[in-house]
Every structure is written in structure tokens, then in C-alpha cells.
Write a protein that binds this ligand. Structure first.
Ligand SMILES: Nc1ncnc2c1ncn2[C@@H]1O[C@H](COP(=O)(O)OP(=O)(O)O)[C@@H](O)[C@H]1O
Ligand SMILES: [Mg+2]
Length: 301
């Protein structure tokens, strides 16, 4: 076993100590991923804490975090390695100018001219133990890249034709995230432990807010969370994530707001809603209706 965590509770506590509030289901799947050395695939709406868990885990375990941010057109050269073409050219020129005969292949395709990208980097031993490899927003790449990833993750090794195969002595802790803008292929999911990260419950979101914006009073925090939770039930183009809840609380704190009112909400909507249509809907009557409903829904302290 590549970690010192002996139980699901230990995972939950460690994360909590680092200001990450995980429910039982998420703590379980993290514990299993660590123990079975399987990649963890986290899917869910934006702003629900998928990327953050990789960051927190790396920090809490004292491991290096290696992040591969996915995007359309991401290829092996940017994900695994690339030859430093400019440096190779320079080496050739220098050798020519000095009248030397460069033994081409051996010199030019050696480690000195290799640019290591995240996937290769993650196979290298690191001080403190195997790194956390975050493959973020995999839904932004295309299927050929997924197939390629599947191969790299199935035996934790990378082959460079000129240098040979580099295999991780200890497999990295791999976390893949997807905002589900498209379905990721079954084969890749099957390789991983899967967990759907949902919007948190009222209580858990309150815990998150307490951990991340401790300066907010209990009363204000409860109102904020109740309001955002209600808002997610509305017909919006883009629902606010946990990130927005935290941002909003920080804005309200900066404005010395003690409790919500329709006016305060109207003035600060830009912190929770990022589309003009959604903002327009919420302005005026809608905001005060939702605020009333939110206050009524508040559980007793
Ligand atoms: N369970 C949680 N515990 C603590 N903070 C959280 C949690 N979920 C979300 N957050 C906060 O929300 C922010 C955005 O989360 P992030 O991981 O970027 O979302 P995602 O990757 O799912 O889009 C984080 O920086 C963190 O501050
Ligand atoms: Mg993310």
C-alpha cells in the first residue's frame, strides 16, 4: 500500500484537516483508489470540488501534484514528451562550426534533449512518494487521446522509441475529472473507480463554507447556503457551484453585509450567476421570492 491511511474515516479526517469536506461516499472511493492503486474518475457539474480534491490530497499526503489540463487537440507531444527541436538544431550547428562529427542519433536523442510533459513526469520517482497525477477535464479532449491515455494508465509506463520504455517504479495516484460536456468512453471509465460528484447537501455545503470562509457569521453562512441551494432548483442556464457559494460569501464579507436582502442580492448577483439571462431572471421579484423560500427552508440551529 502506497499510503498511510488505514480507513475511510482516516481519509475523511485528513481531507477535513485540509479544509476539504468530503461525504462518506467520496471518502470511500478515495480510500479505495489509494488502497487498490486504481485511477479515480470524478464526474460532475463544474465547481463541485473535483479538481480541488486532487490538490488537497497531494498536499495532505505530502506528494507532488502533477497536472495535465486537457483541451481540444491535446496530443502526446504536450502530454507525454517532446524533443527539444531548437536545442537539437543548435547542437548540430555548433558541432558543424567546430568541424566535429556529431554521432547523430545517440547524442541528439538523449535525455538532455528530452522535454518531459506531465504524463512522463508522473512516472518518475519523486521525493516523498509517488505523485498525484491530475488529468483535469478529460471531456475536453477527443477519443484518440482517451485511447492513448488508457494505454498509459493500464501499465503506468510510457514508451519513447529512441530511448525505450519508462515504467513507474511506484504508480502515481491518478485522478481524472470530467464536467461531462460529453460522455467519456466506457473503456477508460472501466479502468477507473468512478464517482459522481453531486452538489452538496445543505449541511455539507455549510461545512464547506465554514472551512473556506470562516470569517462569515453562522447566520449569514446559513442564509447564503440556503439561498444558493434554492437557486439550484430554479430553471437556470448555469447553476452556481460550490465555488460560487464561497466567492459570494467573500464578496458579502467585503461589503460588511450581515444578512441577505433583495437589494444586497441584486448588487452581488455577478458572484453567483455568470450569464446575463440568469441574472436578469433573478433581479427584482424572483430574488425576494427565493430569499423568502430559502429562509423558510432553513433547518433549526
Ligand atoms: N467539498 C469541498 N470542500 C472544500 N472546498 C470545496 C469543496 N467543493 C468545492 N470546494 C471549493 O470550490 C472551489 C471549486 O472547486 P473545483 O475543484 O475547482 O471544482 P470542479 O473541479 O469540480 O469544477 C474549490 O477551490 C474549493 O474552494
Ligand atoms: Mg475542475
Amino acid at each position: 500500500m502506497s499510503h498511510e491511511l488505514s480507513s475511510i474515516e482516516a481519509v475523511q479526517t485528513l481531507l477535513h484537516d485540509h479544509a476539504y469536506v468530503a461525504d462518506r461516499a467520496l471518502s470511500t472511493v478515495v480510500f479505495l483508489a489509494l488502497t487498490l492503486e486504481r485511477p479515480l474518475f470524478l464526474e460532475g457539474e463544474p465547481g463541485t470540488g473535483k479538481t480541488e480534491i486532487a490538490r488537497t490530497l497531494a498536499h495532505a499526503l505530502g506528494r507532488r501534484l502533477i497536472r495535465l489540463q486537457c483541451y481540444e487537440g491535446l496530443d502526446a507531444a504536450s502530454a507525454v514528451y517532446e524533443w527539444n527541436f531548437a536545442a537539437q538544431m543548435l547542437a548540430i550547428r555548433t558541432a558543424q562550426a567546430a568541424g566535429e562529427n556529431v554521432a547523430l542519433k545517440e547524442t541528439l536523442f538523449g535525455p538532455e534533449f528530452l522535454i518531459e510533459r506531465p504524463l512522463l513526469d508522473a512516472m518518475r520517482p519523486q521525493p516523498g512518494g509517488a505523485p498525484v497525477l491530475l488529468i483535469d477535464e478529460i471531456d475536453r479532449t477527443d477519443e484518440p487521446f482517451e485511447a492513448f491515455l488508457l494505454e498509459a494508465l493500464s501499465d503506468y509506463q510510457v514508451t519513447i522509441p529512441e530511448l525505450g520504455t519508462i515504467k513507474a517504479a511506484e504508480p502515481p495516484i491518478v485522478i481524472l475529472t470530467s464536467n461531462r460536456t460529453r460522455e467519456v468512453h466506457d473503456a477508460l471509465k472501466r479502468r477507473c473507480l468512478y464517482h459522481w460528484v453531486d452538489y452538496p447537501s445543505f449541511q455539507r455545503e455549510l461545512d464547506i463554507l465554514t472551512a473556506r470562509a470562516p470569517a462569515a457569521s453562522a447566520t449569514l453562512s446559513r442564509e447564503i447556503v440556503a439561498f444558493v441551494q434554492r437557486l439550484r432548483g430554479e430553471d437556470l442556464f448555469k447553476k452556481p457551484g460550490v465555488a460560487e457559494t464561497i466567492d459570494w460569501a467573500k464578496c458579502l464579507l467585503a461589503l460588511d453585509v450581515l444578512e441577505l436582502s433583495p437589494e444586497v442580492i441584486a448588487d452581488t448577483l455577478g458572484a453567483i450567476l455568470k450569464y446575463q439571462d440568469d441574472i436578469a431572471r433573478l433581479q427584482g421579484l424572483e430574488a425576494s421570492r427565493i430569499l423568502d423560500e430559502a429562509r423558510q427552508s432553513l433547518p433549526p440551529t
